[in-house]
Design a protein. Structure first.
Length: 158
């Protein structure tokens, strides 16, 4: 049976402000790296980012309801933690180093516009996983690519 699709907003809209806040933080991060940390190695920048989030992450982990008593004995927990490790090393740490490297030889605007391709990559993974790809997804992909073109287009003098 097909699932019904609705564009109606439900829930607490204040959480949408977190997306806006994340976007602002992302812009500050990219401009700081480009303008203030130009001589610092991309690996060092990524390492400093992960060291900075270590303490808050450990506090959250230790105060959460994580099942420490089953951690080493439950195969599902161990496999889940293994997948999280793979995702964090290759999907986050390696990507962060590559992004910082991209910032060293390109502009901040171009580097950020690369991240607009992430939804399209996610759709590709969804297709490989057997998910449907309809007209709305084509439209959204076109809007994303059009936005990338408009942002990165070089202006020609008249």
């Amino acid at each position: 049976m097909a699932q019904e699709f609705s564009l109606a907003a439900t829930g607490d809209g204040r959480y949408a402000l977190l997306v806006v806040l994340a976007s602002i933080c992302y812009a500050i991060n990219v401009n700081t790296i480009k303008n203030k940390l130009q001589g610092v190695a991309p690996m060092a920048i990524a390492l400093a980012n992960f060291i900075a989030i270590c303490i808050p992450a450990l506090i959250l982990l230790l105060t959460s309801s994580f099942p420490w008593d089953r951690f080493y004995t439950d195969a599902e927990i161990l496999s889940s933690m293994g997948y999280i490790l793979i995702l964090s090393v290759f999907g986050t740490a390696f990507a962060k180093v590559l992004f910082n490297e991209l910032l060293t030889f390109s502009s901040a605007v171009f580097s950020i516009s690369i991240t607009y391709l992430l939804p399209i990559v996610a759709i590709g993974w969804g297709l490989l996983d057997g998910e449907d790809f309809g007209g709305l997804q084509w439209l959204a992909s076109g809007l994303i690519l059009g936005g990338i073109y408009l942002v990165t287009e070089t202006k020609k003098a008249p």
